[in-house]
Design a protein around this ligand. Structure first.
Ligand SMILES: O=C(CO)[C@@H](O)[C@@H](O)COP(=O)(O)O
Length: 235
């Protein structure tokens, strides 16, 4: 059985509990149905991450059945949960962790309104201040990519590298979000569905009014650097 330093082992144990619990947030926020979606978190100070097992219903997820992987997406043998297959999106999460060192968490859902924008291949325009705050502008579309290799991960990284948004709508598939932690990525998944719904309904009722870029910049700067508490993890 692979073992790590006491600090890394403690970080792994804490992350297993966090990632297992954060899957419940996807259910609580109505972002997933059945076994769809997944959350992962990077182990601080190690080239490792924790992700859910593939196709397991949310009620059965626990810290013990989260799966520890290296940054190539390979399961660490002999560790709790390693007897099962990891999420089918493990390669995508691993690609993000290898290529975006600041990312501490990755989330994928098929949340309804965000996925409807993805089905149209249409980015969500920045027409509400909540988008400027949280995403710093429009929420971009990523390329159509079929699961099975690095193509989804590459699409996420190519789209979000250097982009303010922590969410990308992978065409014909659905949202992937990133964050400084798994919790931060889950927040982005909740917020992308919220703004996708609002902007969809707004456009159904009439024409949208874009927010001027200067105002978007000011709103984003305030929200990222002033809003909330000084100890917030994104500071
Ligand atoms: O969208 C996909 C794959 O990209 C789904 O299969 C995914 O939501 C859930 O798969 P897993 O249960 O994580 O293997």
């Amino acid at each position: 059985m692979t073992t790590y330093s006491l600090d890394v082992e403690a970080s792994i144990a804490e992350l297993r509990a966090q990632v297992a619990e954060l899957h419940n947030e996807l259910v609580r926020n109505n972002l997933v149905v059945w076994t769809g979606g997944n959350v992962s978190g990077r182990v601080p100070g190690a080239d490792l991450f924790v992700i859910k097992p593939s196709g397991v219903v949310y009620d059965e997820l626990s810290p013990e059945n989260m799966i520890l992987c290296d940054l190539d997406g390979d399961v660490i043998p002999g560790t709790p949960g390693s007897e099962r297959s990891p999420s089918s999106d493990t390669a995508a999460h691993a690609y993000v962790y290898r290529n975006m060192p600041w990312v501490g968490g990755v989330v994928h859902t098929h949340s309804t309104y965000a996925t409807a924008w993805a089905a149209r291949g249409e980015e969500i325009p920045c027409v509400i201040t909540a988008m400027a705050d949280e995403f710093g502008g429009p929420i971009p579309i990523g390329p159509f990519a079929i699961i099975g290799d690095d193509s989804i991960g590459r699409g996420i990284v190519d789209t979000l590298s250097g982009h303010r948004s922590r969410a990308v709508l992978m065409q014909n598939h659905g949202p992937f979000t990133i964050g400084v932690s798994a919790r931060d990525a889950v927040k982005a998944a909740v917020m992308v569905e919220d703004v996708a719904r609002t902007v969809h309904l707004a456009r159904e009722a009439g024409s949208l009014i874009p927010i001027p870029q200067e105002a978007i910049d000011r709103l984003y700067d305030r929200y990222q650097n002033v809003y909330g508490q000084g100890e917030d993890e994104r500071r």
